[in-house]
Design a binder for this molecule. Structure first.
Ligand code: GAP
Length: 492
């Protein structure tokens, strides 16, 4: 029976094999920031590529973008982040640790099998917060909290060298707003028509109050977001479509069905603009095995484009206030907003409207963690423990490893030639050091789907062995058929 994976096993494997390191480790590390090592960067690149292939490359109705991280301050006023992107926190009077109020547990609360909910700030503020029975996760004191207070999540920085033209900027807390800000540019420069989507992968930053569980929640992370614009009235159909499509993406890349679920948001979790929202959740091995959000899929209605129309009309006020966002309010919405600057002209029906948006929003780091956890396995083979990562071939950091059985009789030269040919097509690794059994084990632990060995028989009939990571079965394949054989198996 497969062993239940613990997060410590994953963290240890990631460090040992060069998937993920603590950031700035030589200086003692920087909390909640991580660096991807040689295998990790290949894995993360593969996760990105798999998302892009599914969301953009394979579709005729989605185009891509890559926007800057720094954006005009008015973007965050219009989107609501400048005023509302905060978590409600409380400080423990005993140890001064601040915790998100929605993360505090009651004294006798059972955490098992819990689906974590992130209630919106509006709901949290509006709901009376009784913290008298809540436990401090740091020192264990009960009911020793200050009054809850909002804590802003956006990182601030200064832009510009001169005092009179420098201004406070924010590192983007989501990639989505770059897409809304470019909606018109994309419409004007492509022939795309509604329904269509704009996709982007990029870094986002949030000064999270509680970071946790390795790369699950960090302050710098990567998002893969798709804003799918559709005609109002067709939004519910597209919402259902994207729910199914995004769920299947994880399953098709090997996540076990029993570890994945869709959870509809309760009304107290819904952001004020969202008509509906569902989380794709994964059963992560933290604590007692919690279901946690991997990705959110939201029906954002026409909120964002309407807000940016108001933002554009507020620009003068921003200049007049000496570029101080706290001193201005967004202009009221124009009565004819449906034909505003970010509206869409439907030339078949000769009407203008603000499209609705369905947004599947995934985390690249978080899905990388889920793929790692789900692929991790340990099994007994001839009295020894074999650690392996059963990655889907599309995600495996190294697709093929090539070995000479021994370092003589011309085997290394033949193996090098095979390696040089194959690396033009996919990521390969050459290894001639140590016993072949150990080399197989190292590749199993890196998640390499196939190992090719040049042996004595190769010298006679030009066949090599191809060993399958999961079954450990070996087949002989002629070298001139090797590329086709691997391409078929790897689906690349
Ligand atoms: N535009 C919508 C949006 O940003 P979100 O639920 O806040 O929605 C979407 O974020 C996804 O981004 C999450 O499901 C998660 O995968 C990832 N994500 C969000 N905050 C994160 C963090 N602090 N660390 C790692 N990933 C994060």
């Amino acid at each position: 029976m497969a062993k239940i994976t613990k997060l410590e096993d994953i963290v240890s494997l990631c460090k040992r094999r060069g998937f993920i390191f603590q950031s700035s480790e030589i200086y003692g590390g920087l909390a909640s920031c991580y660096d991807y090592g040689p295998l990790g960067v290949e894995l993360k690149n593969s996760v990105r590529a798999a998302w892009w292939k599914d969301a953009v490359q394979m579709r005729d109705d989605v185009v891509g973008l890559d926007c800057s991280i720094l954006m005009h301050p008015m973007v965050w006023k219009a989107s609501g982040h400048a005023d509302k992107f905060a978590d409600l926190i409380a400080e423990c009077k005993k140890c001064n640790t601040r915790t998100r109020v929605d993360h505090l547990t009651e004294k006798a609360e059972e955490a098992e099998e819990e689906h974590t909910k992130h209630i919106s700030l509006d709901t949290a503020m509006a709901t009376a917060q009784d913290l008298s029975n809540k436990v401090c996760p740091n020192c264990g004191s009960v009911g020793q909290f200050t009054e809850p207070m909002p804590f802003k999540l956006m990182f601030e920085t200064q832009m510009g060298a001169n005092i009179d033209d420098s201004m406070t900027m924010h590192l983007r807390p989501e990639t989505a707003q770059g897409i809304f800000a470019n909606f018109k540019n994309v419409l004007d420069t492509t022939r795309i028509k509604i329904p269509f989507g704009i996709a982007q992968i990029g870094k986002s930053f949030r000064n999270e109050v509680t970071t946790k569980a390795f790369i699950f929640r960090t302050r710098e992370f990567e998002q893969a977001e798709l804003e799918f614009f559709c005609k109002p009235g067709t939004d519910e159909k597209w919402y259902e479509y994207w729910k199914e499509s995004r769920f299947n993406w994880y399953i098709n890349l090997g996540i076990k069905k029993e570890n994945l679920c869709l959870r509809n948001h309760d009304p107290d979790e819904l952001a004020h603009y969202a008509k509906a929202c569902v989380d794709v959740e994964y059963k992560f091995p933290f604590g007692s095995g919690d279901w946690q959000e991997l990705e959110g899929i939201a029906n954002r209605t026409d909120y964002d484009l309407r807000q940016h129309q108001r933002g554009i009309r507020t620009l003068n006020k921003w200049f007049e206030s000496d570029r101080d966002l706290t001193k201005i309010e967004l202009s009221k919405e124009a009565e004819d907003y449906q034909s505003g600057p970010l509206s869409y002209f439907d030339d078949e029906q000769k009407t203008r409207y603000i499209p609705y948006v369905i947004e599947p929003s995934a985390g690249i780091d978080r899905s990388t963690l889920a793929f790692l956890v789900d692929a991790y396995d340990e099994e007994e083979v001839r009295g020894e423990t074999r650690n392996l990562l059963r990655f889907h071939p599309a995600l495996a950091p190294v697709k093929v490893a090539v070995f000479p059985l021994v370092k003589r009789d011309g085997m290394p030269e033949i193996a090098q030639n095979i390696y040089n040919d194959l690396k033009k097509y996919f990521n390969c690794f050459y290894d001639e050091k140590g016993a072949v059994g150990r080399r197989y084990r190292r590749q199993d632990e890196a998640g390499t789907p196939f190992c090719i060995t040049v042996d004595g028989q190769t010298l006679q009939d030009t066949t090599v062995t191809v060993r399958d990571r999961d079954s450990m079965d070996q087949v002989r394949v002629s070298t001139d058929q090797l590329l086709n054989h691997l391409r078929e198996k790897l689906e690349v």
